[in-house]
Design a protein around this ligand. Structure first.
Ligand code: HEM
Length: 478
């Protein structure tokens, strides 16, 4: 175990946590400017690691004034200390999903939905159990639904390239992700409901209004002091109220077995339904919106030689097995490894927060640190999963890193809010769809390389969540 409680003294020297919060009000604003404008995320953390000669230190995290009343955190930025965030006996995860502030519950129908609940709350146990059993009972739908969605996705991209010379991967990927998730949760396609094709735009707006304090406009034409206003006031729910209501009604009126099950377990149908909208819109769609373009970006960066190796592996296994199945996917070590490598290099949810339930001692590779009860612990995952003490050449995308002996390193992949070797349960805060998400990425590679020998893409940055990917060319399978 990386973290030890104070009643099990560590063998490493106990060191005072370095770093300071600066002057009240001004300190958090200075850190916010460094983080968003002067240094940028990665540099913000890297320069402080160097300055304090420690991967554990004190800092303020945005948004700070006037949104969060307490922006003070203890940052844990190496592979070892980071795991304290997964230890639900020692840390609390109440209202801390987005960090040091929580959006108004009007975004969720007035309820605190599952992802904001701590493991000690009975509702967390009830909802998480419901989601886990729903996913288990739906697993036969995963591969057929994904194949349909991916066939449509690549068809649409090809058509757009033929028409316009390039295709907007993000828009088509969002459409596919929304259809997949909505169909999985409700049993019907959004086009068969009032939502029609508006789902992705509605959910993206709803997400942006909640998460705005954590980002920037990304535009070099907006001066920093104007851009910074977004970190000082919460954006109101009413902007998206009618879109949210449509989404809610479509889920409410569907024959979703999840709603029936929730009612049987004594939960109000309304509460269950707001939870389903959050699960489909924030957890699932929000995650896929970031992750799928990243898969294409990084696999694209591997170039033709990686594409050839993936195509050879995928086609040989599918030929031998006669179809794409769970067992066929298990026989593709390079494909599996490439997906873990994407999740390691660019974890789709990069920030994790928790609050110490008691006084605890956390160990980095070099020292032990005491964190007091009630202090907020923050992890920036991209540094933890690129820890040079665990991964050789950590900044490089090495698609076969987790093949053979490399499999031992899978436990240091943390994207699902736990080690990749752990399983989600009602007692922890790990993503219940962990295996489904990995499956989605593997399926994306399988469909891609069954259809094409190679592809090229142009990468940019979106103003909002994730990477922007423009598909430039596909070379049909030979
Ligand atoms: C690419 C897609 C996805 C990504 C990247 C992702 C990532 C995550 C992460 C990092 C967490 C932990 C958040 C935290 O507490 O810090 C989480 C929690 C959660 N995810 Fe996922 N997720 C994805 C898809 C899904 C899907 C498809 C579902 C359901 C169908 C789902 C349902 C949930 C739920 C309910 C939680 C809260 C768990 C709890 O409170 O114990 N996620 N997800």
């Amino acid at each position: 175990m990386a973290a030890t409680s104070s009643d099990h003294p560590s063998e490493l020297t106990l060191r005072e946590i370095p770093g300071s919060y600066g002057l009240p009000f001004f300190g958090p604003i200075k850190d916010r400017y460094d983080y968003f404008y002067n240094q940028g995320q990665d540099e913000f953390f890297k320069t402080r690691i160097q300055k304090y000669n420690s991967t554990v230190f004190r800092t303020n995290m945005p948004p700070g004034p006037f949104i969060s009343s307490n922006p003070k955190v203890v940052a844990v930025l190496d592979s070892k200390s980071f795991t304290i965030l997964f230890d639900n006996d020692k840390v609390e995860k109440k209202n801390i999903l987005d960090g040091t502030f929580m959006p108004s519950t009007s975004f969720f129908g007035g309820y605190r939905v599952c992802a904001f609940l701590d493991t000690t709350e009975s509702n967390h146990h009830a909802l998480k159990s419901l989601f886990i059993s729903f996913l288990a009972s739906s697993h036969k739908k995963f591969i057929p639904y994904l194949r349909t969605g991916l066939t449509e996705l690549f068809g649409n991209l090809e058509n757009e390239i033929a028409e316009k010379k390039s295709a907007d991967f993000n828009t088509h990927s969002d459409n596919m992700a929304f259809d997949f998730v909505f169909r999985l949760v409700t049993g019907v396609l959004p086009s068969e409901t009032e939502i029609k094709s508006k789902g992705p735009v509605t959910v993206t707006t709803w997400l942006a209004l909640q998460l705005a304090p954590l980002g920037t406009s990304g535009s070099k034409f907006v001066p920093n002091f104007l851009d910074d206003i977004i970190h000082t006031v919460r954006l109101p729910f009413f902007v998206i109220k009618s879109g949210y209501k449509k989404l809610y009604n479509a889920v409410y009126d569907s024959k979703s077995s999840l709603l029936e099950e929730a009612e049987k377990s004594g939960m109000k149908r309304e509460e269950a339904c707001h939870n389903l909208v959050f699960l489909a819109g924030f957890n699932a769609f929000g995650g896929m919106k970031v992750l799928f373009p990243t898969v294409i970006k990084l696999i694209g960066s591997g170039g033709e030689s990686l594409h050839r190796r993936l195509a050879e592996e995928i086609r040989a296994v599918v030929k031998e097995e006669g179809d794409v199945s769970f067992s066929a996917l298990e026989k593709m070590p390079l494909t599996k490894s490439a997906v873990y490598e994407v999740l390691r290099i660019d974890p789709p949810v990069p920030f994790q927060y928790a609050k110490a339930r008691e006084d605890i001692v956390v160990e980095s590779h070099d020292a032990a640190f005491q964190i007091k009860k009630g202090e907020i612990i923050f992890g920036y995952q991209p540094l933890a999963t690129k820890d040079p003490k665990v991964f050789e050449n950590p900044e490089a995308f090495v698609a076969d890193r987790f093949v053979g002996e490399g499999e031992k390193l899978i436990k240091y992949v943390y994207w699902s809010n736990a080690r990749e070797t752990e399983q989600p349960s009602a007692e922890n805060k790990q993503c219940p769809a962990k295996d489904l998400v990995v499956l989605c990425c593997r399926m994306m590679l399988v469909e891609l390389f069954l259809r094409y020998d190679t592809f090229t893409a142009e990468i940019g940055k979106t103003g909002g969540l994730g990477t922007s990917v423009k598909m430039i060319s596909f070379t049909k399978a030979t």
